[in-house]
Each structure stands twice: as C-alpha cells, then as structure tokens.
Design a protein around this ligand. Structure first.
Ligand SMILES: *[C@@H]1O[C@H](CO)[C@@H](O)[C@H](O)[C@H]1NC(C)=O
Ligand SMILES: *[C@@H]1O[C@H](CO)[C@@H](O)[C@H](O)[C@H]1NC(C)=O
Ligand SMILES: *[C@@H]1O[C@H](CO)[C@@H](O)[C@H](O)[C@H]1NC(C)=O
Ligand SMILES: *[C@@H]1O[C@H](CO)[C@@H](O)[C@H](O)[C@H]1NC(C)=O
Ligand SMILES: *[C@@H]1O[C@H](CO)[C@@H](O)[C@H](O)[C@H]1NC(C)=O
Ligand SMILES: *[C@@H]1O[C@H](CO)[C@@H](O)[C@H](O)[C@H]1NC(C)=O
Ligand SMILES: *[C@@H]1O[C@H](CO)[C@@H](O)[C@H](O)[C@H]1NC(C)=O
Ligand SMILES: *[C@@H]1O[C@H](CO)[C@@H](O)[C@H](O)[C@H]1NC(C)=O
Ligand SMILES: *[C@@H]1O[C@H](CO)[C@@H](O)[C@H](O)[C@H]1NC(C)=O
Ligand SMILES: *[C@@H]1O[C@H](CO)[C@@H](O)[C@H](O)[C@H]1NC(C)=O
Ligand SMILES: *[C@@H]1O[C@H](CO)[C@@H](O)[C@H](O)[C@H]1NC(C)=O
Length: 442
C-alpha cells in the first residue's frame, strides 16, 4: 500500500518535472572559443579587420525531438548582439526561416549541430528568395563583424537527401542554400563541418572582408538520386574574400566566382569530385554588367572533377540550359585571374575556358560572340594528370572571338593525359602566351 503510494507519487513528480522542463538537453558539447586564424600565406590585398573580444554570452537550449529552435536562436542573437557570443553547443533543428541580417559585433560558438527540417512544402513557401539564379535560403546572416566558429566539431547539416529525392520528381523545386552570408561587412566562418546541402553549401553575397578557413564540406547521396549542385562557396557582389585550408567533397563547383566578385583569394583547398574552381557563369542576364577581377587561386589540389581551372561565360544569345537555368547576352568582363601552384589529379579537363556556356549550338555562339570579355589570365605551375575522358586532350580554351579573349598566359604547365601526348584545344584567341602548349583546333 505504502509502496504503491510512493510509486504513484514518484510518477506524479516525474510527470510534473517533465512538464516544467520541456527542454531535454541530452547532448551538450564543450564550448569552443574563438580561434586566431589569419589569411595565410596571402591576403586579399588588405588585412583582416580587427574584431574586439566579446564580453557576454548567450547559451541556447535545444528543444530536441526535431522541434523548431529558430525562435530561441533569434532571441539569443537579439540578447547577445553588440558585443556577445551566442553559444550553440547542442543539437538544434531549424524549421522556420531565420533572418539574422541585423548582426553587429557578435560571435557564434557552434560546437553543436544545426540541422534544417526537411519540410519541403514549408520551405518552398517561406525560404528567402533571391532573383540571382533563383536561389533561396533557410537563413541569412548579415551586418558587421561576425565570427562563426566550430572548432572542428560544429556541424551544419542541410539534410539534403529529401531535397535531392524531390528534385528527381520536380526539377523546378527551389532548394535552399545551407548558409548564406548576405550583406556581411567583416566576418569569418571557420572550423565547421558542413554536410549534405539541398543546393549550394555557401553563398557569400553583398559582403566584404570575409575569411573562410578550416572547413570540411561533404555531400553524399544515400540512394540512386544524385546530389544536386552542392557548390562549395559561391561569391556574388562581394569584395575582399579569402577562402582557405579546407577539404571539399562534392559534385559541383568547389568555389565559384559569380557576378561582381573582386579581390578574392582561394588557397590551400583540397577539392574532390567537383566541377572545378570556377569563374562564372557570367553574362547570364542581358540587363546586367558582371565583373570578376583580381582573383588569386594559389596552392590548391583538385581531383576526380570535370575541371580543375575553369572560366565559363554565357554567349551573346539567349540560351535555354536547364529548367531554372537559362540566359545569355549579358555583358561585362573577367580580368586578372591567376591560377598558381595547382595540382590536377584525374580531372576531365585541367583547364576549361568556355564562352558558350549553356548553349549546345556552337554555330550560334560564333554568330553571337559573348558580351563578356576575358583578359589577363595566368596559369602558372600547374601539374598532374587528367582522366581518360578526352584523352589525349587535357584542356580546352575556346573563345567566341579574339576581341573577347586576350592576354592569356601559361608558364610551367605540365599536365599528362593517360596516353601521354597531351594536347590542348585552343581557338579564337592569340595563343602566343601559352608556353609549351601543343594546341589543336578541335
Ligand atoms: C515544383 O516545385 C515548384 C516550387 O519549387 C512548384 O512551384 C511546382 O508546382 C512544383 N511542380 C510540381 C509538378 O510539383
Ligand atoms: C544583395 O543586395 C541586393 C541589393 O540590396 C538585394 O536585392 C539582394 O537580395 C541581396 N542578396 C542577394 C543574394 O542577392
Ligand atoms: C598549401 O596548402 C596546404 C593545405 O592544403 C598547406 O598545408 C601548405 O602549407 C600550403 N603550402 C603553401 C606553400 O602555402
Ligand atoms: C572523390 O570523388 C569521387 C568522384 O565523385 C568519388 O567517387 C570518391 O568517393 C571521392 N573520394 C573521396 C576520398 O572522397
Ligand atoms: C557590378 O558592378 C558594376 C560596377 O559597379 C555595376 O554597374 C553592376 O550593376 C554590378 N552588377 C551586379 C550584378 O551587381
Ligand atoms: C591582379 O590581381 C592580383 C591578385 O591576384 C593583385 O595582387 C594585383 O595587384 C592585380 N593587378 C592589377 C593590375 O590590379
Ligand atoms: C578519386 O576518386 C577515387 C574513387 O573514384 C578515390 O579512390 C580517390 O581517393 C579520389 N582521389 C582523391 C584525391 O580524393
Ligand atoms: C544552330 O544554329 C544555326 C544558326 O542559327 C542554325 O542554322 C542551325 O540549324 C542550328 N543547329 C541546330 C542543330 O539546331
Ligand atoms: C551582345 O552581343 C550581341 C552579339 O554578339 C550583340 O548583338 C548585342 O548588341 C550585344 N549586347 C550588348 C549589350 O553589348
Ligand atoms: C614548375 O612547377 C613545378 C611544380 O609542378 C615546381 O616544382 C617547379 O619549381 C616549377 N618550375 C619553375 C621553373 O618554376
Ligand atoms: C599575338 O601576340 C603576340 C604577343 O603580343 C604578338 O607578337 C603577335 O603579333 C600576336 N599575333 C596575332 C596573330 O595577333
């Protein structure tokens, strides 16, 4: 009798406790502190802005069970903005769109994980929408002086599989990007493992003075539907960006410089399975003027990719490429791009320059040369191998007219095809700056 009553009491007390404390923090990781990482060995032409130490902390509890933590995370940013650190040391779910573009002098210590709920119907309706390439976002981070660091343990999980499955049924599905910096002046993202983005991993837009370092990016499908897009980093309307010392395993561009990317350094990356470190695509929108200038791509390795070094611009005529990717006719320029110390391992092309992106009819590209010029391009100390795909060809540099492509230089480029007698496809530009290239026309 007595024992029964005690049991009942204990059950009642436990039930009351459960109601009083709905937050079940099962996994709490050690808090990480801000690392001291500088752009190295090269910076973007100016030093990283000073970021004062933070003086308060806001720890975010996690609801658990896949419940939406976005409102609590937003709350913490309001409380810790202007001089604090938001501590994310647990396993969070973000199930509602999160606008963090008001940040000012705040750190984010992410030693836990952030996973985006796979409610496709919700996100299609409520994700942030951008005109540029129909891109969308789960969340966006902007403002000034923001450091996001994961100490090598923090995870951002895009939960991509249901989106890739959805894409297999509907190729117009608007799949969000895993991390968007939109309008961030001064900041860093370091030491985070990112997995399975529905679309690109990262977009850096409208931003300046950004350092990305010590990241590990992995995209892998667990069924027959392939990973879609998964670009490592795309820069857009951004200036002074350094992306360095990271490992990327994906299926689309490792890094891609989109319209108005200037003073960018990419160094110390090991990319596998991608479409290369790529300028473009550019010239997609007739009414726009696109600039990519002063880009230094130093000491990187590319393996098992379609391309190592790549420059892709749309032709001067409208072209239908994919359901939500069409364009051409836009003008602008690509200027002063250097690929230096670059190892190619088993890539289909070591170098690809293409002024006919998205258009399968080559005759049309010659009739309507690209409105984008490409000039002052340097390939220095490139070595390694290509795959058998185009053997014995190892690269292709095809312009739409010599007026649109000039000042191309190559020095100490040594790429071997499996058969051994490497050939380069070069057309419609002056090839006299390409030292040692055995050029053929097609
Ligand atoms: C495909 O997805 C888009 C939104 O991303 C939606 O507007 C469209 O209705 C979907 N089409 C089908 C056939 O479900
Ligand atoms: C960048 O800024 C422009 C102008 O303010 C804005 O329209 C756009 O949405 C911003 N973000 C992106 C990714 O384009
Ligand atoms: C090249 O990058 C690797 C990281 O991938 C780094 O360990 C190495 O020190 C870098 N070398 C130079 C010369 O910068
Ligand atoms: C590299 O990419 C290839 C081709 O996509 C893939 O098969 C392989 O698993 C990747 N290797 C590693 C070590 O990630
Ligand atoms: C790029 O910059 C140029 C020069 O400032 C400007 O005219 C153009 O509109 C910009 N393009 C985009 C896509 O923002
Ligand atoms: C070309 O870009 C490099 C960075 O790769 C920069 O150091 C150099 O100053 C630029 N040259 C000109 C003429 O702007
Ligand atoms: C290239 O891909 C093969 C499998 O296709 C893999 O074994 C190898 O490790 C990859 N190379 C690198 C450098 O990741
Ligand atoms: C390519 O474009 C040219 C010029 O408009 C046209 O004559 C030709 O039929 C087109 N070829 C194909 C395969 O569509
Ligand atoms: C773009 O190029 C096409 C032909 O190549 C030309 O007819 C058109 O006028 C150009 N447009 C601009 C804005 O330069
Ligand atoms: C040529 O590039 C190789 C790397 O493949 C490097 O070891 C060598 O020092 C370079 N030679 C010259 C003359 O710069
Ligand atoms: C190609 O460029 C070189 C070096 O500037 C120049 O001497 C040569 O005349 C050019 N050739 C043509 C066909 O324009």
């Amino acid at each position: 009798m007595f024992r029964k009553a005690t049991e009942a009491t204990i059950v009642a007390i436990l039930a009351a406790l459960a109601i009083a404390t709905p937050v079940v923090d099962t996994h709490v990781n050690k808090v990480v502190s801000r690392p001291n990482i500088e752009p190295f060995p090269h910076n973007s032409g100016r030093t990283k802005p000073h970021s004062p130490p933070r003086t308060k902390e806001c720890t975010v509890a996690a609801l658990g069970g896949g419940k939406d933590d976005a409102p609590r995370i937003l709350d913490a940013f309001h409380k810790c903005n202007q001089g604090g650190t938001v501590i994310l040391d647990r396993q969070y779910t973000i199930a509602t769109a999160l606008d963090l573009t008001f940040l000012d002098s705040v750190d984010v210590a992410l030693s836990g994980s952030i996973k985006f709920a796979a409610d496709i119907d919700y996100w299609v309706e409520n994700s942030f929408k951008y005109a540029f390439q129909s891109s969308t976002a789960f969340w966006k981070i902007g403002g000034r002086d923001v450091n996001i660091y994961g100490g090598g343990v923090g995870v951002i999980d895009g939960n991509g599989q249901p989106w890739w499955d959805g894409f297999a049924r509907n190729s117009s599905l608007l799949r969000p990007i895993s991390l968007v910096l939109d309008g961030l002046q001064g900041g860093s993202v370091t030491g985070i493992r990112m997995i399975n983005p529905p679309n690109w991993f990262n977009l850096i837009a409208n931003s300046s003075d950004i350092l990305i370092s010590d990241m590990v990016l992995t995209a892998k499908s667990s069924n027959k539907n392939s990973v879609k897009n998964s670009d490592g980093w795309d820069t857009y309307r951004s200036d002074h960006v350094v992306i360095q010392n990271s490992v990327i395993d994906n299926t689309d561009d490792c890094v891609s410089f989109k319209p108005n990317s200037t003073n960018i350094v990419v160094q110390g990356l090991r990319c596998n399975g991608s479409h290369g470190i790529s300028v473009g695509s550019l010239g997609q929108y007739v009414e726009q003027y696109d600039i990519v200038e002063n880009v230094y791509i130093y000491n990187n390795t590319m393996s098992n990719a379609s391309d190592a070094a790549r420059i892709k611009v749309w032709p001067g005529v409208h072209s239908e490429f994919q359901p939500i990717l069409s364009g051409g006719g836009g003008s602008g320029y690509v200027k002063n791009i250097t690929y230096e110390k670059y190892e190619s391992i088993n890539n289909d092309w070591a170098i690809e320059v293409n002024q006919c992106y998205g258009q399968s009819n080559k005759t049309l590209c010659e009739l309507y040369p690209s409105n984008m010029t490409i000039s002052d391009i340097y390939f220095i100390d490139l070595w390694g191998t290509t795959s058998s795909k185009h053997d014995p060809k190892v690269g292709t540099l095809v312009c739409s007219s010599p007026e649109q492509c000039y000042n191309f230089y190559a020095k100490n480029v040594s790429i071997t095809s499996p058969k051994g007698n490497s050939k380069w496809v070069c057309s419609n530009f002056n090839t006299s700056g390409l030292e040692g290239f055995d050029c053929i026309s097609g």
